[in-house]
Design a protein around this ligand. Structure first.
Ligand code: ATP
Ligand code: MG
Length: 439
């Protein structure tokens, strides 16, 4: 019979670049193991590029042994080592938490691998693999929990959540990410920890939300558990009553690919706060320390959607669908650069409503309008800047300086949105003259 540790050896085989790091440390006399997410993911059959290590070597040893290192967290014993392919791996000295107050940890070095594994959050994250000897160290039966598809705290769940309340949110993220259940006692500890997540730093909460949006295929399930556990009410009070439509929409939106453009990257964040008025969404995001740029983008997309959403719903529910002029008007209202993001949000909200049995425009109607809307937004004049005349032209044509200029430009845009053929210099100046005559 094969030894248990041999069964998953092919799956566990880390890339050569990773084995090399372990070899260097081991040859120098330091016990070294692959730990954490990469071991878990490998056993699940998923690829994970940045394998992390736990080692008996100190940060000083590690920096001495490798040419290219990054001091990512020396005080916690962590040095980043760049492998031959420029991928960074965290190499951390075996450590144990000696004191925790739910936020910060004081760590002690010079302990054993098993002590190091014991301070980890969940059994599936507390396995170690020796890539040279091919043995798996699994003192908390993480493999059994992987097979049973369970997220289970290492040791006493209540104590572990008290040490660090972030673990409540992490339990939810891992469960949603892998489609696992949360083991009963662990879930009860999550519920007990939820009210105390208010004490977590905003940055850690924000990072947890971002990781959820980036990693979790069914992010709606994760945020549903945030809502159900009470953690959402604690950390983002504005979202306490997150709607089922929003949760469903998050499940329908895939996570952004690694090379996604910024607006794609943000679309799940937009969807997450879409129940809120734009102003409230901006405030909630600012509270979470999202960057000014992200806050501004999300706010402007929601503003666009708030402005056109009802009209879109009405027009798409009619058999003949929206006119080209309506699509131009909506593009003008949202702004051309936000048109795609607003339509994506619109489409996914309608899809979520349909799935929940609520009345919403059909998938076919939405797809066709979306397609036309984007083509038109990038083909036709939809903004004042697209007009064949500008403010100076109007001044020369005798329009008085001041607010009258802007009003006239808006009036001209109105005509052009109706019929883009009117967007020539001559036609617009003639129109200015006739409007002027009528006074
Ligand atoms: P991911 O794919 O999200 O990076 P991961 O398991 O690698 O998943 P990290 O946050 O990178 O998660 O942490 C690496 C490892 O460190 C975890 O697998 C776990 O063993 C341990 N760990 C991280 N955060 C905590 C925590 N708050 N409490 C206890 N252990 C933790
Ligand atoms: Mg990781």
């Amino acid at each position: 019979m094969p030894r248990a540790a041999d069964i998953d050896r092919p799956r566990l085989a880390p890339p050569d670049t990773v084995v090399e790091i372990a070899r260097v440390l081991t040859r120098a006399g330091f016990e070294t193991w692959c730990v954490g997410g990469a071991v878990r993911d490998a056993l699940l059959g998923e690829t994970h590029l940045d394998w992390d290590f736990a080692t008996a070597a100190t940060p000083a040893d590690v920096r001495r042994l490798f040419r290219r290192t990054v001091p990512v967290g020396i005080e916690f014993g962590t040095v980043g080592v760049l492998d031959a392919k420029n991928v960074m791996h965290e190499v951390t000295t075996f450590r144990r938490d000696v004191k925790t107050d739910g936020r910060h940890a004081v760590v002690e070095f010079g302990v054993s691998l098993d002590d190091d594994l014991a301070r980890r959050d969940f059994t599936i994250n507390a396995m170690a693999y020796d890539p040279l000897g091919g043995t798996l160290r699994d003192p908390f039966d993480g493999r059994a929990d992987l097979a049973a598809r369970l997220v289970r705290a290492v040791g006493d769940p209540d104590a572990r959540m008290r040490e660090d309340r972030l673990r409540a949110l992490r339990a939810i993220r891992f469960a949603a990410r892998f489609g696992f259940d949360i083991e009963t006692r662990t879930w009860r500890a999550v519920l007990d920890a939820a009210p105390f997540t208010t004490r977590l730093s905003r940055e850690r909460v924000k990072q947890e939300i971002e990781k959820t949006m980036q990693q979790v295929r069914f992010a709606g399930r994760a945020m549903g558990l945030w809502r159900e556990s009470g953690a959402l009410a604690a950390v983002v009070p504005a979202l306490a009553d997150l709607s089922d439509v929003t949760l469903r929409s998050l499940d329908l939106l895939p996570p952004p690919r690694n090379d996604a453009k910024p607006d794609r990257e943000m679309q799940r964040i937009v969807a997450l706060v879409a129940d809120l008025a734009p102003r409230d969404a901006e405030r909630a995001m600012r509270d979470l320390r999202f960057s000014n740029k992200t806050v501004a983008w999300v706010g402007s997309v929601l503003r666009g959607w708030t402005a056109i959403g009802d009209d879109v719903r009405r027009a798409l529910s009619e058999p003949k669908g929206p006119t080209d002029a309506a699509l131009r008007r909506w593009a003008g209202t949202t702004g051309r650069t936000r048109a795609r993001a607003v339509w994506r949000l619109t489409a996914v909200r309608f899809a979520a409503e349909r799935e929940l049995g609520e009345p919403a425009p059909s998938a076919a109607a939405v797809a066709s309008a979306y397609h036309r809307a984007i083509r038109i937004a990038f083909r036709d004049p939809v903004e004042i800047g697209d007009l064949a005349v500008d403010g100076d032209d109007l001044l020369s044509a005798g329009v008085p300086a001041g607010p009258e200029i802007k009003r006239m430009l808006e009036r001209l845009l109105d005509d052009v949105l109706e019929d883009p053929a009117r967007n020539t210099r001559d036609a617009l100046l003639a129109r200015v003259a006739s409007l002027g005559d009528r006074g």
